[in-house]
Design a protein around this ligand. Structure first.
Ligand code: SAH
Length: 215
């Protein structure tokens, strides 16, 4: 797949839309402008790549809406070198936006088919992202602690393991809610076991699944 001037122009328009919706973090806007979102789509769906919408990526999962990716990334307050754990790799798009900002990205996915597809695909984009197959509720203890943790699926409750794997001063961004609608929530770990929780409006995500048998 190639990235043409037309695609770049479409991304600039997308960034404009996202900015008008209230995203100001220049690192986030620059990353959305750089990552070729159409590479994450099958060729027959290319024309949808630069609309500000979520889109099916197979296996009942979706690539998040660009505005949602930008909103979560802004809340995460990432700069060069930030160590980030993402729960729900999916297409890998969000992970690439983080990597583009310069974050050191670890990402975990429980859907084997998606995991295999993204594991093969991401290196072709030149990003160095560490992908793991497993249950995001457990985080990745072997690589903890993390500066930031980002959950990209709707969590019925805030997973305890993720709070534990956050550094003091670290931020967890997680859409909380088991139904159709989630409340975007940030949790700042102020010290050992002290947390400050804030809510940032409603969003819709596919569910963070809890069963142990990965499919
Ligand atoms: N960040 C993705 C969007 C993914 S949608 C992107 O940029 O494309 C949410 C993803 O979370 C789905 O791929 C789903 O399979 C995955 N997921 C759901 N429950 C999970 C769990 N317990 N652990 C890890 N991944 C999970």
């Amino acid at each position: 797949m190639i990235d043409t001037y037309k695609h770049k122009g479409m991304r600039q328009k997308l960034v404009q839309i996202i900015r008008e919706k209230g995203i100001h973090d220049i690192n986030v806007l620059n990353a959305i402008e750089k990552v070729p979102r159409h590479f994450f789509f099958d060729s027959s769906f290319l024309k949808f790549a630069y609309e500000d919408n979520a889109f099916p990526i197979g296996a009942g999962q979706t690539i998040s809406q660009p505005y949602t990716v930008a909103f979560q990334t802004e809340l995460l307050q990432v700069t060069k070198g930030t160590k980030v754990l993402e729960i729900g790799t999916g297409s890998g798009y969000q992970a690439c936006v983080l990597a583009e900002i310069g974050a050191k990205v670890f990402s975990i996915e429980r859907q084997k088919m998606l995991f295999d597809k993204t594991l093969k695909f991401l290196p072709t984009l030149g990003y160095n992202i560490k992908l793991f197959y497993g249950d995001g509720y457990k985080g990745i203890p072997a690589y903890a602690p993390f500066d930031r943790i980002l959950v990209t699926a709707g969590a019925p409750v805030i997973p305890e393991a993720l709070l534990e794997q956050l550094k003091p001063g670290g931020i967890l961004v997680v859409p909380v809610g088991g139904g159709n609608v989630q409340i975007m929530t940030t949790v700042v770990k102020t010290s050992g076991h002290e947390y400050i929780k804030k809510e940032h409006g409603t969003f819709r995500f596919v569910p963070l699944l809890e069963d142990k048998a990965y499919d």
